[in-house]
Design a protein around this ligand. Sequence first.
Ligand code: HEM
Length: 184
Amino acid sequence: MLNQDRKSWEVTDESVASELIGLMGINDQEAKSLGALSDQAKQAAAAMVNDFYSRLNAHENTAEYLQGASSERLRGMVTAWWNDIFSGKYDSSYAKKRIEIGHVHVRIGLPVRYPLAMLDIILQHGDVVAANGGDLAKSAFKKIIALDVAIFNQAYENHQLKHLSELIGSERLARRLLSGAEGL
Ligand code: HEM
């Protein structure tokens, strides 16, 4: 039963990234090892994006979200997202962008399972690029993907919390409700 406030509840918005970077111990050498692969990542982007949209378009429930959207625009945005993984810079502006991308998906009514299920495509292509940078880049890539998964989920949780908090007038109470705490 949840009967106390948690320090993690005070971590919000882009400060989530610095908290997680500390938690995962992402250091400058790891960041640089990915930044050094930036050009190779850019060259690998088109193949990744092709696989990404082939899968989404092959399934009715996911293809529905892409109808009416400009394929060129979507491909460009996912390419930029991919390139940023290999930017070597993971700071609060990186986190802010990623949280906002998560929010865009919440707003189109997309269940979080779909973006999460797409990550294997990112991993498949990203592992090939990261391998060129040796063990340091390989482990750094895993950490940056874990950071992204965490931020994507955080964006969804933020929405639930925000709306429930507004509805019941208290974020603390909303957190307790979402935790299933008894005796509220
Ligand atoms: C790893 C998973 C995914 C990544 C990295 C990703 C990335 C992105 C990015 C970077 C944008 C642009 C956001 C912005 O406006 O700044 C975007 C928009 C969009 N994404 Fe995704 N996406 C993912 C999964 C999905 C899935 C599974 C779907 C649908 C089934 C989807 C549908 C869309 C649509 C429709 C937009 C355009 C929204 C709009 O502007 O109206 N995405 N995505």
